[in-house]
Design a protein. Structure first.
Length: 352
């Protein structure tokens, strides 16, 4: 089955009361609730995340994204006007594509100051950045800006979290297994895991496999076209090692299930998977712009752990491809009725 010729963005809308958008993480990571969605039967049930180990069988594999979020949100000033800067992509040393709010003041040759004028950046002319809705800035300092980020940057909480970044966000907007810096947003499905939860899953003889996708604009850039098939994904860097690929192949060959923790993991696995002469998955690193929407045929992923996503987003389209649009909208309606907590710091859903 191929893609629909036309998929409307309005098909992925739903009503969400604002009070269900989580502004803070749960007291403990695994205190989150877990909505279980069974694709074959359409059954939807409630559980608790700390009990997720019971959902796995011996021989399954849990695949995690070990990217680490960088503190890429900066407060700058143009004279006395405050500017919120998000460093989206490093072009070369100290030169970045950025999103800015407000952005109108960022004209070529304008100077932005940071940290009480300790650091400065100059706005550069760049048609490529402007065409993508961004700006290009270059920091005027000798040291590497990536090191300075730890001094002046904060965690890039998404805009629907209507509060200032707190000190505890440095840890809580990061998975416990994060190790490869490069993301500008967290792979939020993994935020629920504690070491105890992972150990309990291992005790069920489930393999834990890591890969990396540095979450960027591709994951959360809004869809601005009515016909979804016309949307172009922004490329994101990923790595799937040879050992990880071999383990995934072995699990599949032995009848085990692959559980992708988050849409980022699902996109990497599907980017690297082949299904022409039996299942295979190739170790790769590079850029992926894979866009998954109904009715994409999944090759690698058998189970998907994910948070609840914003309406009309590519993330909701991916989970709708994995299950079905109708089942997902039904699940979301039941989650709203049961007052689940939504988005990055919210509750989770396991689709099996």
């Amino acid at each position: 089955m191929g893609f629909f010729k036309k998929v409307k963005i309005s098909d992925f809308d739903y009503h969400l009361p604002q009070e269900l958008i989580a502004q803070f993480p749960a007291k403990c990571r695994d205190d989150s609730r877990l909505l279980i969605v069974e694709r074959k039967t359409g059954r939807i049930s409630n559980a608790h995340f700390k009990d997720i180990a019971a959902m796995f069988r011996s021989g399954d594999a849990l695949v995690l994204n070990d990217t680490k979020v960088k503190p890429v949100r900066l407060r700058g000033y143009i004279k006395d006007r405050a500017i919120d800067i998000l460093l989206v992509e490093r072009i070369k040393k100290n030169r970045y594509f950025v999103l800015a709010k407000p952005s109108k003041k960022l004209k070529p040759d304008v100077i932005i100051s940071f940290a009480d004028n300790k650091y400065q950046a100059v706005v550069c002319a760049a048609e490529e950045a402007v065409s993508q809705g961004m700006k290009l800035i270059e920091f005027t300092l000798e040291e590497d800006m990536e090191i300075v980020l730890d001094e002046i940057g904060v965690m890039p909480l998404p805009p629907y979290i209507k509060r200032e970044v707190a000190s505890r966000d440095s840890a809580r907007y990061q998975t416990i297994y994060a190790k490869n810096p490069g993301a500008i947003a967290a792979p939020t499905a993994g935020l629920h895991f504690t070491q105890a939860t992972i150990d309990a899953i291992k005790d069920n003889k489930v393999r834990i496999i890591n890969l990396t996708l540095h979450v960027g604009l591709g994951t959360f850039l809004p869809v601005k076209v009515d016909n979804v098939t016309e949307h172009k994904m922004h490329k994101e860097y990923f790595e799937l090692s040879k050992n990880a690929a071999l383990e995934i192949e072995e699990v599949k060959q032995n009848g085990g299930r692959i559980c992708a923790v988050g849409t980022t993991v699902a996109r990497v696995l599907e980017t690297c998977a082949e299904n022409d002469k039996g299942f295979s998955i190739k170790p790769r690193k590079g850029q992926t712009d894979l866009f998954v929407y109904p009715h994409y045929e999944f090759k690698a992923v058998d189970m998907l752990l994910t948070n609840f996503h914003l309406p009309k987003t590519t993330l909701l389209m991916l989970v709708s491809a994995f299950a079905s649009r109708e089942l997902m909208l039904d699940a979301y309606a039941k989650a709203v009725e049961a007052k689940y907590r939504f988005f990055s710091y919210g509750d989770a859903m396991l689709i099996i």
